[in-house]
Design a protein around this ligand. Structure first.
Ligand code: ADP
Ligand code: MG
Length: 245
């Protein structure tokens, strides 16, 4: 049985079909890449799966065989699903450590206290955020450090599966390399990863499976090398405003 099963999910905004009858499965232990031009429905797909901020209009989402569509983000998190957002999100007025602590207790699997503090510190260490930075305000961090904090916060709850929405956007080349290393390290910890990125080359070296969305629908999927050679994928990317294949 797949860890995550998506069956015929759709989400419309008025007459716009942002996600249109999408089905796929993610196996435990893999890195599953999702690509697609800007506006193709990638982030909306994550919103639907995670329940943050909304579930699907139609379709089913199963985590470990359990139907989760329509449940609250908090309830879904408790079952072992964590996510990051395309924009760096943190509680800017709280410290780095307090942010990670919120991650550790999100979903309610552990309560605030010694165990949560241990998990928060371990997650920050794992991502490479030094103890000297634990007391800094999140709002004072650089874009890259905020992305790292978002990753640490997401893994502090010790999820089975982690959904990452464009973790490398607005980073420099060396920072992108560091991010790739961190994602590999998280996967090596046994956390299944679903990774959105609109730059296909970023996904090539990381993903075992790749799916490309266009206009809310699946354009192609399979082994990454074959997917990027698909003429429909090439055309969708060349036809978009940002032809960064
Ligand atoms: P991607 O992440 O692939 O760039 P999105 O999922 O963010 O694409 O958006 C898909 C489409 O849905 C876009 O046309 C976008 O403008 C629209 N959209 C996304 N979220 C909303 C919303 N909350 N309200 C209205 N339209 C939305
Ligand atoms: Mg997006």
């Amino acid at each position: 049985m797949a860890l995550l099963e998506i069956e015929g999910v759709s989400k419309a905004f008025g007459s716009l079909k942002a996600v249109d009858n999408v089905s796929f499965e993610v196996q435990a232990g893999e890195i599953f890449g999702i690509a697609g031009p800007n506006g193709s429905g990638k982030s909306t797909l994550f919103n639907i799966i995670t329940g943050i901020p909304f579930g699907p209009d139609r379709g089913r989402v199963r985590l470990d065989g359990q139907e989760i569509q329509g449940r609250s983000g908090n309830a879904i998190a408790r079952l072992g699903l964590s996510r990051t957002f395309q924009r760096e999100t943190s509680f800017d007025g709280l410290t780095v450590f307090e942010n990670a602590l919120i991650g550790a207790t999100y979903g309610g699997a552990v309560k605030a206290g010694a165990e949560a503090e241990l998990r928060a510190a371990e997650a920050l260490d794992f991502i490479g955020i030094g103890r000297a930075d634990f007391g800094r305000l999140a709002g004072e961090l650089s874009v890259f450090d905020r992305k790292c904090l978002m990753l640490a916060t997401a893994i502090a709850m010790r999820p089975k599966i982690l959904l990452l929405d464009e973790p490398a956007s607005s980073l420099t080349k060396p920072e992108v390399e560091t991010s790739i290393g961190l994602i590999r390290k998280i996967a090596a910890r046994g956390i299944t990863i679903v990774l959105i990125e609109h730059v296909l080359t970023f996904l090539m070296s990381l993903s075992q499976h790749l799916m490309v969305l266009n206009n809310g629908q699946i354009l192609a999927r399979g082994v990454p090398q074959e997917v990027i050679a698909d003429p429909r994928v090439v055309e969708a990317y060349l036809g978009s405003r940002r032809p960064d294949l």
